[in-house]
Design a protein around this ligand. Structure first.
Ligand SMILES: [Zn+2]
Length: 407
């Protein structure tokens, strides 16, 4: 009797565990984490914390030509600095790993095999030269370039013969003109029929690496992801992803696309501007919580605040308040002045806490020593530094301002 009860309880527990929210942040290790990436990671993390779910980190490194050595480690370090805790990911192993896509190639091969078997994918032997001619012809006749699905119609015998000769090939997914409905958690109903504008997409490249779209779907399914919150630039691809889920017979996760993060004047943030990397803010002396509040202030998702610059919410408070329905669907404008206000608030807050006050003093001591390496008679006594901090804290945006030459 007892045995049956235990089994019942276990099953009950597993079903509950399975229903729990699981979200992921899935960057490519191609450089530093920047504000846009931080915002995506943060909203996923807060969503998981709000609903008692799990936050996963997955490294999407299938485009081997764009890899930057050490980038994954720096990403993890920037997330840690920001206060975003990883529940599962590289170095935080869970049950559905590995969490790095280049270590999952066997999994993708198996999944591709399934699609080939049920006739939803096919081998394409077209040469780069032929595809190039197609593109040029489309441009000449003012049409959108797209693959013409030629190899869909190869017979089994023709395919076998080409394979026997060792002809290089990729694998393509057969699009259908059926449109899967997309109910976006932030944008509402989205309509896009992929087959109207695209030829059959490549799912496995000739180098045997899966494409982004394919690996993404397979991993989200196998990792039990329940909600995908990602940048709006991916929204157009989501209808394609839904067709892949359908071809596998899998239940897709729910999707919410985050609006573009833009400058105060509405222009696009650009990595080329060089100043949107998290490293840049860290080096200049901004505190994590100020940066976090700054990023979320642009996009909404929280209880309405009449004066955001008077308030700094802790990560826990942000998690308690966050609601995906409250995220705006229009572009999120950043206001750099707010970041300075928030950092001043954070300095004031740290100054009023007993433990954080000590850390603040230590930071100032280090900054002074760094700024005046040749002075041996500096007054670095705690009382003196606290006096300076208390006296200047209303106007002090960055601790670095205490030692910079224009003060
Ligand atoms: Zn082809």
């Amino acid at each position: 009797m007892l045995k049956i009860n235990q089994r019942f309880l276990l099953r009950h527990f597993l079903r509950h565990a399975h229903n729990k929210v699981r979200v992921r942040f899935a960057p490519s290790p191609t450089g530093h984490l920047h504000l846009g990436g931080l915002r995506t990671a943060l909203y996923n993390f807060l969503y998981a914390r709000h609903l008692g779910g799990k936050f996963l980190l997955r490294i999407e490194d299938t485009d081997q030509t764009r890899l930057v050595p050490g980038a994954s480690e720096r990403l993890v370090e920037d997330l840690r600095w920001a206060g975003i805790e990883i529940d599962e990911g590289p170095g935080f192993e869970g049950e559905v790993g590995p969490y790095v896509q280049s270590h999952r190639r066997e999994i993708y091969s198996k999944a591709i095999g399934e699609l080939l078997q049920n006739g939803r994918a096919y081998r394409c032997f077209c040469t780069e030269r032929r595809l190039d001619l197609l593109r040029k012809e489309a441009l000449r006749t003012r049409q959108v370039p797209r693959y013409d699905n030629k190899c869909r119609h190869l017979t089994a015998t023709e395919t076998e013969a080409l394979l026997a000769k060792g002809t290089p090939h990729c694998i393509r997914f057969k699009l259908t003109d059926h449109e899967e409905p997309l109910e976006d958690l932030i944008y509402g109903s989205v309509h896009h029929n992929v087959s109207d504008t695209e030829g059959d997409p490549v799912v496995m490249k000739s180098d045997q690496f899966p494409t982004y779209h394919f690996a993404n779907v397979v991993d989200d399914h196998l990792m039990g992801i329940t909600h995908v919150l990602r940048g709006v630039e991916w929204q157009i691809s989501t209808t394609k992803h839904l067709l892949l889920y359908k071809a596998f017979g899998w239940q897709p996760p729910k999707f919410g696309h985050l609006p573009l993060l833009v400058n105060a004047d509405g222009t696009k943030l650009s990595k080329r501007q060089g100043d949107i990397g998290i490293q840049h803010f860290r080096q200049r002396g901004y505190f994590p919580l100020a940066l976090i509040n700054y990023v979320v202030s642009a996009g909404g998702g929280f209880e309405h605040r009449t004066n955001a610059k008077q308030q700094l919410l802790s990560m826990q408070e942000l998690g308690e308040q966050f609601q995906i329905e409250r995220v705006n669907s229009h572009p999120s404008r950043l206001n750099p002045e707010l970041l300075d206000d928030l950092n001043r608030l954070e300095i004031g807050k740290r100054l009023s806490g007993k433990e954080s006050r000590g850390e603040l003093v230590k930071q100032v001591q280090d900054l002074v020593k760094e700024a005046y390496p040749k002075h041996s008679n500096l007054d670095l006594a705690e009382d003196h530094i606290l006096d300076v901090l208390n006296w200047s804290s209303q106007r002090l945006t960055l601790l670095q301002d205490l030692t910079s030459s224009n003060n």
